[in-house]
Design a binder for this molecule. Structure first.
Ligand code: CDP
Length: 211
């Protein structure tokens, strides 16, 4: 079974997808971490994320960055990730890795932007997780502040709007809700309530498919 969890910046996809995977004993992949790793590698090499060739080279050697590297979660890395993610060749280079994980037994939960539309259109359950821009910016600000990053709430909201626009407006695999995805708005839900709502959707969808 594959569960696709897509949605905009800081909608809480990661925490939710990780919890869903542990609840059902499935493998978990944060696909945003792959794009962040490409962005981080470009920055560490002193290159420009807009440089198409540099971004592709970084995608081809993305295993040089550990997916546990704490710098992956930095705001600057997220912004670089959103730039390299608009590059069609970068996306193609990361596709097989994502599909291999998706097809592991007994199943997997992947979170990102294009899991239900491009990476795994055959996913049995698709969730599109969102929240208001202000709520998402507040959550991201708290996350970064707790890690000691020196950021302002205004800058976080501005970055978030810019990244959403870039993710939605790009030609290659833009962020869009799949036709068969279930919308989950977490503006008023804490993580436990969001998990409960997600599990309800998953169980209803699976039982409708098997019945
Ligand atoms: O955690 P946050 O919502 O800030 O972002 P993320 O999931 O870590 O992804 C970082 C960036 O990678 C996003 O802004 C997207 O541009 C890109 N991304 C993508 O294009 N496709 C994916 N499947 C996952 C992430």
């Amino acid at each position: 079974m594959i569960i696709a969890v897509d949605g905009p910046v800081a909608a809480g996809k990661g925490t939710l997808a990780r919890r869903i995977a542990s609840q059902y004993g499935l493998v978990y992949l944060d696909t945003g971490a792959l794009y962040r790793a490409v962005g981080l590698l470009v920055l560490r090499r002193g290159q420009d994320p807009n440089d198409q060739e540099a971004a592709l080279k970084a995608a081809q050697s993305v295993s040089e960055i550990s997916l546990e590297d704490p710098e992956l979660r930095k705001e600057e890395t997220g912004n670089a990730a959103s730039v390299v993610a608009a590059n069609q060749d970068v996306r193609a280079a990361l596709l097989d890795y994502q599909r291999n994980i998706a097809n592991q037994k007994p199943g997997a939960v992947l979170d990102g932007r294009d899991i239900g539309t491009v990476v795994c259109p055959e996913a049995e359950v698709k969730l599109f997780v969102t929240a208001s821009a202000e709520t998402r910016a507040k959550r991201r600000f708290e996350e970064l502040k707790s890690k000691g990053e020196d950021v302002s709430p205004e800058d976080i909201l501005a970055d978030l709007k810019q990244r959403d626009a870039r993710d939605q407006g790009r030609n290659s695999a833009p962020l869009v809700q799949a036709e068969d995805a279930h919308l989950l708005d977490t503006t008023k839900l804490d993580i436990e309530a969001a998990l409960a709502a997600a599990c309800r959707i998953i169980e209803e969808t699976v039982s409708a498919q098997s019945g």
